[in-house]
Design a protein around this ligand. Sequence first.
Ligand SMILES: NC(=O)c1ccc[n+]([C@@H]2O[C@H](COP(=O)([O-])OP(=O)(O)OC[C@H]3O[C@@H](n4cnc5c(N)ncnc54)[C@H](OP(=O)(O)O)[C@@H]3O)[C@@H](O)[C@H]2O)c1
Length: 298
Amino acid sequence: MAEIKNTSKTFTLASGDKIPAIGLGTWQSPKNETAKAVKHAISVGYRYIDTAFAYGNESEVGEGVKASGVPREQLWITTKLDNPWHKRVAEGIDASLKNLGMEYVDLYLMHWPSSTRPDDLKKHYDDWNFIDTWREMQKLVGTGKVRNIGVSNFGIINLEKLLNDPSCKIKPVVNQIELHPNNPSPKLVAYCKEKDIHCTGYSCLGSTNSPLYKDPTLKSIAEAKGKTAQQVMLLWGIQQGWDVIPKSVTPARIESNFDINGWELTEDEITKLNNLKDRFKVCGDSWLPVKVFFGDDE
Ligand SMILES: NC(=O)c1ccc[n+]([C@@H]2O[C@H](COP(=O)([O-])OP(=O)(O)OC[C@H]3O[C@@H](n4cnc5c(N)ncnc54)[C@H](OP(=O)(O)O)[C@@H]3O)[C@@H](O)[C@H]2O)c1
């Protein structure tokens, strides 16, 4: 049997572009370690980096990309519009491109459906919401600055609002959401699939100090496969149709997270992982001026 190359797998977006199945996450990657991590990831085969204006390390991501020597067009770069920039979308993409030292990004996401006031991060604008922001984001398509636009942290209720608004002429091609075996979100994933919106799974390992590593079901599947719990979680996502963006600044982990070729999980193993009894979410909405999750992201 030919080897299954999970690391060269891609998912085709509604726009026709192909997003790699695995990318490097960079949230909480310290500024002084980011460029090295990005360069290392690219040197071992990653072709996709996920960052955001809010992570404060776009410049270092750009440095790492440059240092890798791999031509820009062979890479997939995702970045995100920060909440206090919703009324300044054109400036937001320009600021990110300047930080990255790039002429375009492959995917520009609205980071959260919260149009936060820059003068007071605890307040939401009275006269603006994510539908207005999306109207502005649509204007970026065709400027050459973004190849695709999408959203992040949208549950079904907010997606419905957006898709049903007459100003929505271009559907988001991606919804980047929290997906790991303690937060498998089958209803939201199914909804996105029905609307031809591809999902990217964030905190795909359960994030910093992941409680998942102690899960007995996950541990026993990893042991039976002779793989790490992290490798199992990444394939669990990819096999169910979303791309995964594990973050690490540790060279050996960057490598092992990308060492997922030549094996698959069985349907039974995937079902077991979808039905772990513990549930938890890394990213809530209590820090935002508006509620964005209504139990419709499960
Ligand atoms: N759209 C959004 O709102 C949003 C929210 C959260 C995350 N994200 C994106 O998704 C990415 C991934 O999510 P995340 O950063 O929350 O968490 P994650 O990728 O689930 O987990 C990262 C943590 O796991 C550790 N780790 C990585 N590989 C490991 C391995 N093989 N063995 C043991 N530990 C390992 C990392 O440590 P070291 O780095 O020390 O190795 C880090 O502490 C983010 O970086 C970001 O790009 C997006």
